[in-house]
Design a protein around this ligand. Structure first.
Ligand code: ADP
Ligand code: TRP
Length: 350
């Protein structure tokens, strides 16, 4: 059986797959790190890992915009490696280099009711966004089919675990339904039902700004309120200087409201044992925003320093980056082909 499925080749470990889209020039931020990359890195010993760049998915919103998906994908890979993904323990690859993703997506599309896709909340949101930005005709078949391609990404590797943020829960549920429907229609157990690994304790990292109502919101490239993993120490200091704090704390001794201040919230997350003194002094007016910003800048730069050090190694050797991708893509293709042979047989195509 292992010769056919190829899954047992690698021993006892269960398989984990995850990925990100190379949107926003592919530059990942501290929220992506805390919510996704850091958990992936922590799981590297426990699972057989496949981490990829969903470059075709990015085209569901970027087709024709002139953005270089290839450059952005390389930037994502550099961030993966800088965050600590180890290419010896994790196959790192680009979706478009493993064309079996497209084949499986097409075949899964044959067993996926359109009504399931029209119900997906992210489709409804993105449809409005694209229609507003351009026009209704720009809402593509690719956008509707986004979750089918995502199901193919996951089922191709017969992944058991998929770590994703809460926003991806609906996509994961659809993947599970597609797997169950395929297995049922073809009376097979080919696809395991993948489990979403949603890290509750990571939570959502706040960005450096507030919304129109003065409330903090998540760090996201869509809000341009991020600290990028590629930011230099000086850039972090500059960004923190402009960060949203208590609007009524104008002078140092004005009382602040740490709960509504992005700098204090970041301080709490990154300095769980030391933040309460800073919060108390912010409230009482004993500590001003400038001091809090300087201290939080140092704390954030200490988190980013090891990431910067790993980046410097890979950035100075682009050929090594290519080798990492080639190795990852070779492994992914080999695994994917064993699944596809079985899928083609099961669907009576051979
Ligand atoms: P963005 O909101 O910047 O567009 P994505 O939606 O591409 O980010 O998210 C990629 C991954 O990073 C997802 O797994 C998502 O859950 C995680 N993520 C994004 N922003 C945050 C955040 N502020 N805090 C925690 N996790 C986040
Ligand atoms: N939709 C995911 C996101 O926007 C990216 C993605 C595509 C993905 N295919 C995947 C994530 C497969 C996990 C597994 O973040």
């Amino acid at each position: 059986m292992s010769a056919v499925l190829g899954s047992e080749r690698t021993g006892e470990k269960k398989r984990l797959l995850s990925g990100m889209q190379p949107t926003g020039n592919g530059l990942l931020h501290l929220g992506n790190y805390e919510g996704a990359l850091k958990p992936w890195v922590a799981l590297q010993d426990q699972y057989e890992m496949f981490c990829f760049v969903a470059d075709w998915h990015a085209l569901t919103t970027l087709a024709g915009t002139g953005e270089s998906i290839a450059d952005a994908s390389r930037a994502v890979v550099l961030d993966y490696l800088s965050a600590g993904l180890d290419p010896d323990r994790c196959a790192i690859f680009r979706q478009s280099k493993v064309t079996a993703h497209a084949e499986l997506s097409t075949l899964l599309g044959m067993v996926t009711p359109v009504s399931w896709l029209e119900r997906v909340p992210t489709y409804k949101e993105k449809r409005e966004l694209v229609a507003e930005r351009e026009h209704e005709a720009a809402v593509s078949y690719g956008l509707l089919g986004y979750p089918v391609l995502q199901a193919a990404d996951i089922l191709l590797y017969r992944a058991h675990a998929v770590p994703v943020g809460k926003d991806q829960a609906a996509h994961l549920e659809l993947t599970r339904e597609i797997a169950r429907r395929f297995n049922h229609l073809y009376q097979t157990e080919l696809f395991p039902t993948p489990q979403a690994v949603i890290s509750e304790d990571t939570g959502v990292l706040p960005g450096l700004d507030a919304d129109a109502g003065g409330k903090l919101r998540k760090m996201s490239k869509s809000y341009h309120n991020t600290i990028l993993l590629t930011d230099s120490a000086d850039t972090v200091a500059q960004k923190l200087k402009g960060a949203f704090t208590s609007p009524l704390k104008v002078r140092k001794d004005d009382p602040g409201v740490p709960e509504g201040c992005s700098v204090c919230q970041l301080r709490r997350l990154y300095d769980p044992s030391g933040y309460s003194a800073q919060w108390d002094e912010c409230r009482s007016g004993a500590r001003g925003c400038s001091q809090s910003k300087r201290e939080t800048t140092e704390i954030l730069n200490a988190v980013l320093d090891p990431i910067r050090a790993r980046r410097a190694v890979y950035a100075s050797d682009p050929a090594e980056l290519e080798r990492v991708l080639e190795r990852g893509e070779e492994k992914a293709r080999a695994f994917a082909e064993t699944t596809m042979q079985k899928v083609r047989e099961t669907m009576l195509l051979v």
